[in-house]
Design a protein around this ligand. Sequence first.
Ligand code: ADP
Ligand code: MG
Length: 474
Amino acid sequence: MAAPWDDVLRDEPAIQEAASVAVDAALLEGVLMRTEGEPNASDVVNYAPFTLLPSAVPSALFEQAYAVQQDFNLLVDAISQNKEFLERTLASTIKVDDFTARLFRIHMQVLEEGLAQSVFLGINRSDYMFDCGVDGTPALKQIEINTIAASFGGLTSRTVAVHGRVLKVLGKSKEASRLLPNNPSKGLALGIAKAWELYGSQSAVVMFLVEEVQRNIFDQRCVENELWNRNIRVIRKRFRDVFEKGSLDDAKRLYMDGQEVAVVYYREGYVPTNYNQQNWEARLLLERSRAVKCPDIATQLAGTKKVQQELSRPGTLERLLPGCAEAVARIRATFAGLYSLDMGEEGDKIAATAIADPDRFVLKPQREGGGNNLYGEELRQVLEKIRDSPERTSYILMDKIKPQPAMNYLLRAHGPLQVSECISELGIFGVYVRQGKEMVMNKAAGHLLRTKAIEHADGGVAAGVAVLDTPYLV
Ligand code: ADP
Ligand code: MG
C-alpha cells in the first residue's frame, strides 16, 4: 500500500515548505475548528488537524465500502422498525447500562403512544479499517456504524483541495489530479432537504440540535449552508432551549418559539454527559413529535455496539433482511469477529480466551465518541474484575483489527512537525429517507478518511487523536 510520495517523506526542506502551504490552504478552504480555549466563539479559529499527505487506500476495498453502504442503510432502517429485535437484543444490556436503558424507555414510550412521525431520515457513517491478513492482503473490516451525530462530512469536503495543493507543491501534479472529489455535506443536505419537503410545510424550519460546547461548528455549517442555498431555514438549538421553548400542538407538531420544526438533526445526545434531567425531558418531547428526527431514537439504538455484535450471529442478518441474500453477503463480508459477554457458557468461554490473550481483542462498552474502548493489559484487568458479574454484559468483545502502518505527518495547531507511523480508518456516509413503508432515497453520500499515529489505540478527530485525511487510491 505504498503511496508514490514515500520518496519525499525525508526531504526536510520540501516537507517544511509543503506544511506551511498546507496550513494556509486549510485555512483558506475552511478546514476549521474553534479553539479549545474558546470553543463557543469564532473570533479566533484554527485549522482542524489533518495529514500533510493523502494516505494510500486500496481501490478495491474503497469500492467495496461504497458498494455495501446502501445495504447498511436498509439494515439500519429495518432494525429501527423491528421492536422485538431491539427488545430482545438489548434486554441484557439495559439491565446494567443506564444510558442505553433510558434511551430504550423513551423508545418504548413513543411506540406505546403511537408514532406521530411518518417520514424517516437516516444519516449514518460506516467506519472500516483495512485488516492485514497473514499473507499481507488487506481486507475491509467494519469498526462500527454511527447512526447519530456522525461528523466531519463537512470539513472533509474541503480536504481534497488542500491535499491537491500539497502534492503539486511537492512536484506530484499527476497524482494531485487523481484525488477523488468528495462532498458528503451536500449529500447529507439533500437527505435533510428531501425529508423537509416530504414533511410538507413550506414555513417549517430544520433544527440542528447542538451541544453546549461547539468546537466543531464549521463542520455543521457546511451542511447548514447547503440547506440555506436551497432556501430552507435552519435554526441551531440546544436541549435546554427545547426544554424552555419547545412545545407540541394537538397534532404533535413541534414548535420552537412559535416556529414549526420539520426536521430535527441531532449533533448532540449520543453520550450520557449530553443529558441532565431537563435534557432527557427535551429528548422525550422531540421523540413524541411529528417532526422528522435524524435519527429517531430507534435508529440511535440500532447503532449500539450490542446490536452490532448480535448482527454477526449466524442467521440474524437473514432474518432482518429477508429475500436480500446478496446484500446480506456483502454486509457479512465486512464483519470482524464479534462476541457477546452475556452471562452463560458462551460468554464465560470468550471472557477466558480474552483474558488469556488480550492483544487479540478490543473490549467495548455501549459508548460513542472515542476513547472508551479497552485494549491489552487494561482489557485483561477489567475483564478479570467483572468476569463473574452481570456488569460484563454492558460490554462486547471484538477481534482487534491490525492494519499495515504507513508514514505521514500529522499537522496540528502548535504541534511539532514530525513523521509518524500511522493507520487510517475509512468512513462512508449513508443517507436514506423513508415515507411510511416506502424508501424514497437510499444513497452513499461521500467518504471520510481519518488517520492516527499507531501509539493511540482509540479516539477520533474530536477526541484529538485522529486527523482528517484524503484517500489516494492504489
Ligand atoms: P466509538 O463509538 O467510540 O467511536 P469505535 O468502535 O469506533 O467507538 O472505536 C473507537 C476507535 O477504536 C476506532 O476509531 C478505532 O481506532 C479503534 N477500534 C475500534 N474497534 C477496533 C478494532 N476491532 N480493532 C482495532 N481498533 C479498533
Ligand atoms: Mg467510532
